[in-house]
Design a protein around this ligand. Structure first.
Ligand code: LLP
Length: 472
């Protein structure tokens, strides 16, 4: 029996692959597999011109496989859509919390994108990758004094989230060691009170959120910023309403509201030149997911800002946005080797892979649903319904429930799609599993971008006090 998905797409591995015609018009965030995916003459999955089964032989398993073409295409689509639809300036930032490592930061920076970082560690990585500090924006709802100092010294823009940070920055600006950097370039993160449909854990725009200044604080915050203008150069306002969002209206409402904030700031003598609408555009994880394309997301935001500014007769601000998932989510797949299986008659069949919640914590954290294919049997009919289990000591460590697969056994290479965003970046060493390697593929070549961790890596930071050492 070949199963057909309700969305009309036959759920057979090779059907997830786009023909060259389809690739033309599509945003990477709308494709289940990376844009360069193909089935080769051995009936194996190929990404970036590399046979996935060969990659696994060469680099081991599990393996994150990142398609450079898809990532660069997504960067271009964001950049070019703003150029096409907005008369003012724009700057797309990559929300690197989705996948922060040297190679990914270097690729997006080479495409002209700036980088949104959410900690000192992400900032360090972006700078080490060669990103320009004047296109780096530091987030977090609780930046430490050390992180703020690092940000000030690096010259990046600080997206101030709360009074604690505002006060700390003003104090720093008065200290001898840091006064020469003042006024510090900051934006203000505000809570817009805009709701959207997504998982509760990844909604941030509603009033009851740990992020940003409450709208009631707006007057006080602007008054503070102007009073302390020798210390703080407030260039913009920022808001982020949530992640994996398919609706377009909330971002348009947000854009309109932000122009109101900009007008209010002007009444305090603050000239806001940057308006950052955050990230949040969703991606297709399963056939029935239907996110707007990057262009369809960007265009109405530009229109709303132009219209609102036109009506108020004010000059157009620079628009910034900071997508993470929609830039990198579908550019990556994770390849696993199939090991043990277990059939419980009349109940279910489990097949276990050599990774799980440590390399992809999203199913256990958000009940996220993924699709998989068997890389060495791409055209085989889908005859089995199986549950794909990870190898961790945790019953909830299930990567996919009720996956439709061809008959699958030990040694097959199972590929989970759409694993670029918030997989590696949220990975752990639970059960002391070494983190997988990652390769960047394109034009038939694969380059290692993250080395597989070794057992030595796992104990690198362990300390064994003298008195616990076994006397030899
Ligand atoms: N800007 C800010 C301030 C954010 O907090 C986020 C995501 C983004 C931009 C990027 O959002 P995106 O374009 O990726 O939707 N771990 C969760 C997602 C958490 C998102 C956190 N913030 C997951 O795996 O679904």
């Amino acid at each position: 029996m070949v199963s057909t998905h309700p969305a009309g797409i036959q759920a057979n591995g090779s059907k997830y692959i786009l023909s060259s015609n389809q690739r033309e018009g599509i945003s990477p965030n709308q494709s289940l597999l990376p844009l360069s995916a193909k089935v080769n003459q051995n009936d194996n999955l190929e990404v970036g011109g590399c046979d996935v089964t060969t990659l696994v032989k060469q680099f081991g398993s599990p393996l994150y496989i990142l398609d450079e073409e898809s990532l660069r295409t997504a960067c271009c689509q964001y950049r070019d859509s703003f150029k096409q639809y907005y008369k003012g300036e724009s700057q797309v930032l990559y929300a690197s919390k989705a996948w922060n490592c040297l190679a990914v930061c270097a690729i997006v920076a080479s495409e002209g994108l700036g980088i949104d970082v959410a900690s000192g560690g992400e900032l360090y990585t972006a700078i080490t990758a060669g990103a320009d500090a004047d296109k780096i924006y530091l987030h977090s709802n609780n930046k430490s004094r050390d992180e703020l100092i690092f940000a000030v010294e690096s010259g990046c823009t600080i997206v101030v989230d709360n009074w604690y940070e505002l006060n700390t920055l003003v104090e720093l600006a008065q200290e001898n060691s840091f006064s020469s950097y003042a006024p510090y370039r900051i934006m203000l993160r505000l809570t817009p009170g805009i709701d959207c449909h997504t998982h509760d854990y990844i909604r941030t725009g509603q009033l009851d959120s740990k992020f940003g200044f409450d709208p009631n604080a707006l007057d006080d915050v602007f008054a503070f910023a102007i009073k302390n203008q020798a210390s703080l150069n407030c260039v913009g306002v920022h808001a982020h309403i949530g992640s994996q969002i398919f609706e377009r209206q909330p971002h348009q409402d947000l854009a309109a509201l932000m122009v109101e904030w900009l007008k209010k700031a002007a009444t305090y003598g603050i000239e806001i030149t940057e308006l950052n609408v955050g990230g949040g555009l969703g991606i297709r994880y399963i056939e029935s997911d239907d996110p707007p394309s990057i262009e369809e997301w960007v265009k109405p935001i530009c229109e709303v800002v132009e219209k609102a500014c036109g009506e108020a007769n004010i000059s157009l601000p620079k628009i910034l946005c900071e997508p993470g998932r929609s830039l990198i989510g579908t550019t990556c797949v994770t390849a696993y080797s199939v090991g043990a299986s277990k059939e419980i008659p009349g109940i279910r069949k489990y097949i276990a892979v050599d990774g799980g919640m440590s390399d992809n914590p999203r199913p256990i954290t958000y009940e996220s649903i993924y699709r998989a294919v068997v890389a060495n049997k791409m055209s085989a009919p889908l005859t089995e319904q199986v549950t794909i289990a990870g190898k961790h000591c945790e019953s909830g460590d299930i990567l996919i429930k009720d996956a439709q697969l061809p008959s699958t056994s030990e040694g097959d290479i199972l590929v989970v799609m759409g694993t670029g965003a918030y997989n590696y970046s949220m990975s752990s060493n639970y059960n002391r599993l070494p983190r997988p390697a990652a390769v960047l593929v394109g034009n038939g070549e694969a380059s290692l971008i993250l080395q597989r961790e070794s057992y030595q890596d796992l104990i690198r930071q362990d300390c064994l006090p003298e008195r616990l050492k076994k006397n030899e």
